[in-house]
Design a protein around this ligand. Structure first.
Ligand code: BGC
Length: 827
């Protein structure tokens, strides 16, 4: 059954065209389309020529649909790293590369970028966000959107809105005043809508914006009045996965698509609501129309997908972006790239042995290979001897047990009555089983391993839900409390806790691990079993490992220390409770610096950690979660082949006590954004506290003189343009990010002490002077007047401060904005 007139591309060119097509569909077909068919797929409507539209996560790569065994994806640097480049063109390239990956994986819509704000450094998804500044978030996030869509793949910007922390993440209500909402949290979405983003995701949390309080999947004021009617968004509002809990409220509240499916609160219940007049069918027409337009845009309806033309060598792009994004926090004395090629390199630290290349949660992708720091250094200095020392394991949990090397595992599934329904040998148990017998309710995972190393072995099983774990005859853990979808949403399923048993081995022997597990029914995420056997071998103590690391540093020509966070610290699903580096890593760094003061320290973390030794280390680089080419990027930087030209997109605290928003724990379900517009560095500017490194900081590897602001002009549209000259006073080529901070005149409105108005990056050779223009868009100067419910541009003198970071301001000028004609006044 086809309707030829509707399959012509022009039939879907605009939302109005799609509305006409939508109205012509029977009600049942409309409702069918409004809930996913599966985890990542929508339904097809063959009568329109609509094939199933497909979605996949974002935002550190495109994971794919989980339909191909051993599916791998390119793993990009963490989004904060992309923001740290302050490189708009690179962000666009990354977007294009996402599109290439999407097409390679059969994906139409990438669930990225994530433009929530880094409101607090403890936020679990901090690494997935770009910045604590709304403008930098937009400046990088919008080109990512453009890059993706430029290739005919849809971006799905997330999570709308005020979804800035993880504790109680599916239920908390963010209370955000309208001024902060408009100027900070909504700003990146507004810019993306102006740029034509095709879809965005309604968050799990609720919001109280002073007009309406309710879940973001049913927030009529923010979804319909603001997003669709006022800003003119013509795309699809997709629910976050399993976020929708209402039928009528969400249907009337501006949500367009419930994901995942099948099931959920629409379907039959929505049909009934329309039939009984509780939901207007025209609301459904609008939703269907938006989905048809999206489908048309990605080539799933009336046209073919566009040909991907950009970004062929993705590994090269990842490597280049990772190296460029690194931030030089300290540079004193001779940098490693200025020293002769080393003959011995001591490569030290837990993250040197096992780099952490991405954060936890739904952003996870599976790269075919991760280049370790050792591999990177070997490739760069093939003649050098590399001595690798961990210096202590900072993780609380033992490593995953690799069964094939040690023994066997079988899985016995049982039904409600306890009768066996399946028995399988699982040669390589990877911690999960989801292809279960339909009648299975419980299972025994029986693992037999041979322990032959004399000493004390640590064995445990990490699991969630009802279980009983017996290790070597000892009951280690038991619970009869079942879990459902919440174990996915709070990520406990990814890194489950477990109780350890110590097994002393004198003679080689076989040990049995028995895990009795209840089948978990996680709604749209399916039915599965989860048990991760873990095993730590007898081995050196942390003291012994630290001693060995110090000795290696003492003997080497170059010591490189890589410290950082790991899968126990940074993840979706929970917030951090400390900003300290896990384990004894601070002690490790201090001890290495005692014997090797020229050691290079790399911090492999997505979000801020305290670096108590920062002032005494001579070379310190923030290396982010660099993605799959980690080792090559590190080696490129250490060898001087690429300038680490990153600038911090957030503030690095020196002490937890100074952090403006130190935690993210809701109080009786409410998160109060009492700091208003003073988010991130703006809070530090207000308090005056000294961070370890300020927003915008990054030394690169040359020095700069800020010469002058040669002109300031106000355009007809109200945008300001400054011409700034700077000189590279060092002896290396370099890239500088010229940042302009705005200070408003005294007035009736609450305003940050200063805020980022614009930036531009320049390149210069040693001794070269360059001039560059920085534009500050009028909107960056305006303030949201909550009483008038509109943007206003306060009149008066604005101070414009130009510099290398918010705390390193080198030039000062001013401009007077007056009605009707703004006039410049030199400062
Ligand atoms: C996350 C989203 C993600 C979705 C699908 C949710 O739990 O909040 O960011 O896109 O899962 O994996």
């Amino acid at each position: 059954m086809t309707t030829p007139s509707l399959t012509a591309p022009e039939a879907y060119a605009t939302l109005d065209d799609c509305r006409a097509a939508a109205r012509a569909l029977p009600l049942e077909r409309k409702v069918l389309l409004l809930t996913g068919r599966a985890m990542w797929h929508l339904h097809a409507l063959p009568e329109l020529g609509l094939r199933p539209v497909t979605f996949s996560d974002g935002p550190v790569g495109v994971r794919g649909l989980g339909e191909v065994d051993g599916e791998t994806s390119i793993l990009f640097p963490t989004p904060s790293a992309v923001a740290a480049t302050w490189d708009v063109a690179l962000a666009f390239e990354v977007g294009q590369a996402f599109a290439r990956e999407a097409r390679a994986h059969g994906v139409d819509v990438v669930l990225a970028p994530q433009v929530n704000l880094q409101r607090t450094p403890v936020g679990g998804r901090h690494f997935e966000c770009f910045s604590e500044d709304p403008f930098l978030t937009s400046a990088i996030g919008v080109p990512v959107v453009r890059g993706i869509q430029d290739q005919g793949v849809a971006a799905c910007m997330k999570h709308y809105i005020a979804n800035d922390s993880e504790t109680e993440r599916t239920t908390y209500v963010s209370h955000v005043g309208m001024q902060a909402l408009r100027e900070v949290y909504l700003a990146p979405f507004e810019e993306a809508v102006n740029a034509g983003v095709w879809s965005l995701m309604a968050a799990y949390n609720g919001a109280d914006d002073g007009v309406e309080a309710g879940p973001m999947t049913a927030h009529r004021h923010l979804l319909v009045d603001v997003l669709k009617d006022e800003l003119g968004f013509d795309g699809v509002v997709v629910s976050d996965w399993e976020a929708t809990r209402t039928t009528e409220a969400s249907a009337a509240g501006g949500l367009d698509l419930v994901m995942p499916g099948p099931g959920g609160p629409w379907g039959e219940r929505l049909l009934a609501a329309v039939a009984e007049g509780r939901v207007d069918e025209r609301e459904l027409d609008d939703k269907v129309a938006r989905i048809l337009l999206l489908a048309h845009r990605v080539g799933a309806l009336g046209s073919e997908p566009a040909t991907i033309t950009a970004a062929e060598d993705l590994r090269a792009l990842v490597r280049r972006a990772a190296a460029a994004s690194m931030v030089v926090l300290r540079r004193e004395g001779r940098a490693p790239w200025e020293r002769p090629a080393p003959s011995t390199i001591a490569l030290i630290g837990p993250n040197a042995v096992r780099p952490h290349v991405l954060g936890g949660g739904s952003s996870t992708v599976h790269p075919a290979h991760v280049v370790t720091p050792a591999e990177g250094l070997v490739a760069r200095w093939p003649a050098a001897r590399i001595v690798l020392e961990r210096g202590g394991d900072p993780r609380a949990l033992a490593p995953r047990l690799h069964i094939p090397g040690r023994g066997t595992a079988i899985l016995v599934q049982r039904d409600d009555a306890g009768a066996e329904v399946a028995r399988t040998a699982v040669a390589d148990w990877r911690g999960w089983a989801d292809a279960l017998d339909p009648d299975a309710r419980e299972a025994d995972l029986i693992v037999r391993v041979r322990l032959h190393e004399p000493g004390v072995h640590r064995l445990s099983v990490g699991t969630v839900g009802a279980h009983r774990i017996v290790i070597d005859g000892v009951e280690a853990s038991a619970s009869d409390v079942p879990v459902g979808v919440e174990c996915v949403l709070d990520s406990s399923v990814n890194n489950p806790a477990g109780v350890e048993v110590e097994v002393a081995v004198t003679e080689p022997r076989e040990v049995e691990i028995l895990a009795t597990l209840a089948v978990i029914d996680a709604g749209g995420y399916g039915r599965f079993l989860r048990a991760e056997p873990r095993h730590a071998l007898p081995g050196p103590t942390a003291d012994e490992e630290i001693e060995a690391a110090v000795a290696a540093a003492r003997d080497a020509e170059l010591a490189v220390v890589v410290v950082g966070t790991n899968e126990e610290s940074e993840s979706e699903g929970w917030d951090r409770t400390t900003l300290a580096l896990p384990g004894r890593q601070d002690e490790l760094v201090e001890r290495v610096l005692d014997v090797a003061p020229d050691a290079v320290v790399l911090v492999n973390a997505g979000a801020p950690v305290l670096l108590p030794w920062l002032a005494r280390a001579r070379t310190v680089l923030w290396a982010w979660f660099p993605g799959q080419e980690a080792g090559h990027a590190i080696a490129d930087v250490l060898a001087g082949a690429v300038e680490p030209s990153g600038r911090l997109p957030w503030t690095l605290p020196a002490s937890e006590a100074d952090v403006p928003v130190p935690h993210a724990v809701p109080d009786a379900g409410s998160l109060r954004y009492d700091e208003g517009v003073h988010v991130g560095y703006r809070g530090w500017e207000r308090s005056g506290a000294s961070p370890a490194a300020a927003f915008g900081h990054g030394l690169g590897w040359t020095d700069w003189r800020y010469d002058a602001v040669s002109s300031v002009a106000v355009g007809a549209d109200g945008d300001l343009t400054l011409d700034v000259t700077v000189t590279n006073t060092g002896d290396r080529d370099g890239r500088e990010v010229i940042q302009v901070y705005v200070e408003a005149p005294e007035g009736a409105h609450e305003r940050p002490a200063r805020w980022l108005g614009g930036f531009v990056a320049v390149h210069a050779r040693p001794g070269e002077t360059v001039e560059a223009s920085v534009t500050i868009a009028r909107r960056r100067l305006e303030v949201w007047d909550a009483e008038a419910s509109s943007w206003v541009l306060p009149q008066g003198g604005y101070r414009l401060r130009v510099g290398r970071s918010v705390r390193d301001l080198r030039l000062d000028t001013a401009v007077r904005l007056e009605a009707p004609e703004p006039v410049r006044r030199d400062g």
